[in-house]
Design a binder for this molecule. Structure first.
Ligand SMILES: [Mn+2]
Length: 352
């Protein structure tokens, strides 16, 4: 992680001090890092006496209810459920935080409302290629496990917390540890020395990690595990280039009674096979196919997502989409498309 500039911290403190109303935002289909970061910052701002609200593009998934449950009533909304209220939240605030995304289009249908707001904007994020021009202040760092970790280090540099994790509100500390835990897949990837320092300080500050792990990894629906079994035994294909891919249609999702967020982490599993160098999960959505990519060192998931799947993200973990019918005619054509483009990708030395 690069050193965080004290002058940026001073600017951040001034922006917060001058703001009356503050809105916190994250990307579409917010994950543990997005929800954890927003919730943590919400508690810190509230702790400072600020009027803060969280606005997601769409609802936070049920499995993160143990985090969002700490937010005061009426302080968490989303554009999909309440477009009017969201627009009012943006027009009425004077500072907006963008957490865990690098450009407004990552907020989907909320993009325009966000872009039109005249509020000052601060980015705190760990994805590649941030759209710096959109923001008044940019904290962007790819050498960190998660936005939650990065936010933790930023918060600790402020006068308010002065390097002492014990001063963080308890709900903020737990939300930060949750965000880092999900983004590292429970310390399996993107763990830096700074990540372990953060975890260590948060445990010392009294965060109940066992309870977080229980919520995150021991409360799945039965359907998730049964679907995982079906996908791995019947659906997963491995190409001769070492690319594993799984195509998941809506019918199968419905058969197992699964909802948004229930397939979180599936894409990581094929990477545990020795000859697999990249794993792709294709999930049918209303008018598109959503794509998740994970790769091992030496193969750039980010580049593959950018070249063939209208997306990007991190070097070894990226996402994207295929438009129907522009990119593929239907879900049935995804396997053919995946085989073809990943073969091209894996055989072009520039991509390695
Ligand atoms: Mn993240």
């Amino acid at each position: 992680m690069n050193t965080i500039s004290p002058s940026d911290i001073a600017r951040l403190e001034r922006l917060v001090q001058d703001a009356r109303k503050i809105a916190l935002t994250a990307h579409m289909r917010p994950d543990g890092d997005a929800v954890g970061s927003c919730t943590a910052l919400y508690h810190c701002l509230t702790d400072m006496g600020k009027d803060a609200v969280i606005v997601f593009p769409d609802p936070s998934p049920d499995y993160l209810g143990f985090i969002t449950g700490t937010i005061d009533k009426g302080r968490l909304t989303d554009f999909e459920s309440d477009p009017q209220g969201t627009a009012e939240a943006f027009s009425g605030c004077d500072l907006i935080f963008s957490l865990d995304y690098n450009a407004f289009h990552r907020c989907g249908k909320m993009e325009q409302t966000l872009a039109e707001s005249t509020a000052k904007k601060v980015l705190i994020d760990h994805h590649l290629n941030p759209d710096r021009d959109l923001f008044d202040l940019v904290f962007s760092e790819t050498g960190t496990s998660s936005t939650a970790e990065y936010l933790y280090h930023i918060l600790l540099m402020t006068h308010r917390y002065g390097g002492d994790a014990k001063k963080l509100p308890a709900a903020a500390a737990a939300a930060l540890l949750t965000g880092m835990t999900t983004d590292t897949n429970n310390f399996a990837n993107s763990v830096f020395p700074s990540t372990l320092r953060m975890a260590s300080s948060l445990l010392e500050a009294g965060v109940d990690r066992d309870s977080i792990i229980g919520h995150l990894y021991h409360e799945y629906r039965e359907g998730r595990i049964r679907l995982m079994g079906e996908l791995l035994s019947r659906n997963m294909k491995i190409t001769r280039d070492g690319v594993a891919y799984i195509v998941l249609d809506r019918q199968t999702m419905e058969k197992y009674g699964l909802k948004e967020g229930d397939t979180e982490g599936f894409v990581n599993i094929p990477l545990s096979i020795g000859r697999v160098r990249m794993s792709c999960l294709f999930k049918e959505d209303e008018d598109r196919i959503r794509v998740s990519l994970r790769s091992k060192k030496g193969v750039s998931a980010n580049r593959c997502a950018a070249l063939y799947f209208n997306g990007g993200g991190h070097e070894l973990a990226a996402g994207g989409k295929l438009a129907v019918p522009e990119d593929v005619k239907s879900i049935r054509d995804v396997a053919g498309y995946a085989e073809r483009v990943t073969h091209d990708f894996m055989n072009n030395r520039e991509n390695m």
